[in-house]
Design a protein around this ligand. Structure first.
Ligand SMILES: Nc1ncnc2c1ncn2[C@@H]1O[C@H](COP(=O)(O)OP(=O)(O)OP(=O)(O)O)[C@@H](O)[C@H]1O
Ligand SMILES: [Mg+2]
Length: 378
């Protein structure tokens, strides 16, 4: 008898919810642990809200799990590994999560592996940062090593004065990252699903459209040259190999004005730029994440149709519980596939859901996805 596996998920937000939905299709049982009631996970029965760094919480959570995975780089992969039962796998490995969650360590690892990156320096003190910026040439981007998301934690400096004030805002005890401001044609994303033995598949290259440093929309396939597409896939795969990612690892890339593909950053988990795969791909990023962390054969990442566009639904209201106003109107847009995460509170610019439209024509898909996302009033 081979029982159906149980997958432990550290985290309870929308990524965990979508992992668990993919798992449920294969009758893989999902179990959540989160430090507070995250909302999205409450669709599922087996949820624990507790101090997820404590051994006495982690140990019983992992018992009976065939594999444990993380929803984000901030989940306690290290503490989990210390109490993990022998028969339970933990993917991605804590080493991978530890490298990715610190932008300095991540960039240093990728540089050692020979991957193309913006020029950068890890700076411990303001003097070093000033010297680095003059050396690299202004403008530069300053990045907090840990804890940033949606561009919070980054600043651009065009001269010494701006750098000084950004340093005061952003630098931690170990300083911050100073890197070249890349002038790019567009931003791309490559998702890689990788099994523990190293076997991997790569999703089609997606183009990400940012607004106010936030992902607004994703278009697939990216309309760039064949050469750039191949290079993006090569770089994505090699970057994920370099950190030994298991499950889905996302590579955010720049297509620079000079034609080079550069790595911006990695994420050790399913990614916002891959949400389109639920509706548009033969196997979604969430399904392949589940398969990979259970060391099961990977599914086909190819598109079922010529084009797909995903548009994020961001919160507009201030601190209110979400409701379904606008949802039927959004569903009325032909071809719109609407996803609502179930977060307990709306906040401005918070990711509340997304809409995907799959079709023959990228322009039409973009139009319809934008229209449906606009109708949801959260
Ligand atoms: N070196 C750079 N040159 C030009 N633009 C950059 C650079 N680094 C970051 N950016 C811009 O800022 C955005 C956010 O940067 P980054 O991905 O480092 O931030 P984050 O807060 O960790 O990420 P996320 O938005 O993915 O949660 C990028 O998508 C890009 O538009
Ligand atoms: Mg980013």
């Amino acid at each position: 008898m081979t029982p159906f596996p149980t997958l432990g998920i550290l985290g309870g937000g929308q990524l965990g919810k979508m992992m668990a939905l993919a798992a449920a299709r294969m009758n893989v049982n999902a179990r959540f642990l989160a430090p507070r009631d995250a909302g999205p996970m409450s669709t599922f029965a087996d949820c624990t809200v507790a101090d997820w760094t404590a051994a006495h919480v982690l140990r019983p959570f992992a018992e009976g799990c065939d594999a444990v995975t993380v929803e984000s780089e901030w989940a306690p992969a290290g503490p989990m590994s210390e109490v993990l039962p022998d028969e339970t796998a933990l993917w991605p490995a804590p080493g991978t999560v530890g490298v990715i969650k610190h932008k300095g360590r991540q960039m240093t690892r990728l540089r050692k592996a020979g991957l193309p990156l913006p020029s950068f320096r890890c700076c411990r003190a303001l003097d070093e940062a000033l010297a680095a910026a003059r050396d690299l040439g202004y403008p530069v981007v300053l990045k907090q090593y840990e804890g940033s998301y949606d561009g919070y934690g980054n600043a651009t400096a065009t001269g010494d004065d701006e750098l000084r004030s950004a340093w005061d805002d952003l630098a931690a005890d170990d300083g911050l990252l100073v890197e070249n401001l890349v002038s790019f044609e567009c931003e791309l994303s490559v998702l890689v699903a990788r099994r523990p033995g190293g076997e991997s598949i790569v999703y089609p290259v997606a183009r990400t459209v940012q607004r106010d440093h936030r992902c607004h929309a994703v278009e697939v396939p990216a309309r760039i040259s064949g050469e750039a597409l191949n290079e993006a896939k090569r770089v994505g795969r090699e970057a994920v190999d370099a950190v030994e990612g298991v499950g889905i690892t996302a590579a955010e890339l720049f297509l620079a004005d000079d034609g080079r593909i550069l790595v911006n950053e990695l994420a050790p988990r399913p990614h916002n730029t891959g949400h389109y795969t639920i509706d548009a791909s033969r196997a979604s990023q969430f399904e392949n994440h589940v398969r990979a962390v259970l060391d099961w054969p990977l599914g086909d990442p190819s598109l079922k149709a010529p084009a797909a566009v995903m548009v994020n639904v961001l919160g507009r209201r201030q601190h209110t519980p979400p409701d379904a106003s606008g949802l039927p109107e959004a569903l009325d847009v032909p071809g719109a596939s609407v996803h609502v995460y179930g977060k307990p509170e709306v906040r401005p610019n918070r990711k509340m859901g997304h809409v995907t439209v799959v079709g023959d024509d990228l322009g039409e898909a973009r139009e319809r996805a934008g229209q449906a996302a606009e109708r949801i009033r959260l």
